[in-house]
Ligand binder design. Structure first.
Ligand code: HEM
Length: 231
């Protein structure tokens, strides 16, 4: 028996998707405005999020629903560690901490991993299928905007164990449709995917305000320099 979970996930999150596209951090990123300090904070937040998702998927890999979407070739933790080492240096771990929105996200993942593992499907879908859909474009933008060289700082976008991303996405959608789920569970998974989008938006909004702070500080310091010049 198969369901149309993949289609329902796409249709059920269309509104959230366009809301996410309109958060100004995301819009600026897409327009090529990427501040290295905000970007490395995003990478740090993603490290905590993917570590939680992957820990819970690993813990639940024999669960009747989760075993259908157990694809370790998607796991991002080690690629994020490579990027963190590039942006922060070898002692990256001592320099990062999860933002408050990230902590909320991580708590949510552990809570459902322990109590309702099938909802992890929503989080895996939102992040991994999103990454497979827009990753290569975002990678190019990041390289140009931050003037990155020699393929450094963008490991997150490289799914080295996946040769054909389009084909993989279609296999993933097939796997989603074959998970034995009833209508109530499907409804809960769609609702959880919207929560996942929302949690991602919270993180982008936090980064927005830190970007605004940096710009404000730069503006104030250039005003001070001007004042010094003329007094
Ligand atoms: C400006 C920002 C974004 C743009 C331009 C964008 C663009 C796209 C495009 C063109 C697709 C369709 C790809 C295809 O059909 O193969 C897609 C799919 C998707 N995106 Fe995004 N995206 C953005 C932000 C996000 C964010 C922030 C998330 C979640 C954190 C996300 C999650 C997804 C997911 C889950 C899909 C798969 C939809 C499906 O077919 O089921 N996207 N995106």
């Amino acid at each position: 028996m198969s369901t149309d979970l993949a289609k329902q996930l796409r249709e059920g999150t269309t509104k959230s998707h366009s809301m996410a596209e309109n958060v100004s951090f995301v819009k600026s990123f897409l327009g090529g405005v990427v501040d290295k300090k905000s970007y490395r904070k995003l990478v740090a937040n993603l490290f905590y999020i993917y570590s939680a998702i992957e820990k819970e998927i690993e813990r639940n890999k024999n669960h009747v629903a989760i075993n259908f979407i157990y694809f370790p070739e998607l796991f991002r933790q080690s690629s994020l560690i490579e990027d963190l080492s590039y942006y922060y240096g070898v002692d990256w771990l001592s320099q990062i901490k999860p933002s408050s929105a990230t902590q909320l996200y991580v708590n949510r993942i552990h809570e459902i991993g322990a109590n309702q593992p099938e909802l992890l499907i929503a989080h895996a879908y939102t992040r991994y299928i999103g990454d497979l859909s827009g990753g290569q474009i975002l990678k190019k933008i990041a390289i140009n905007a931050m003037n990155l060289q020699n393929n450094l700082g963008t490991s997150f976008y490289d799914f080295r164990a996946i040769t054909d991303e389009k084909l993989f996405k279609s296999e993933y959608r097939n796997a989603l449709n074959n998970i034995p789920l009833n209508d109530k569970q499907i409804g809960q998974i769609i609702a959880e995917a919207n929560i996942a989008f929302n949690l991602n938006m919270k993180i982008f909004k936090e980064l927005d305000s830190s970007l605004i702070k940096v710009m404000l500080m730069l503006f104030i310091s250039s005003l001070n320099n001007l004042r010094k010049k003329f007094t």
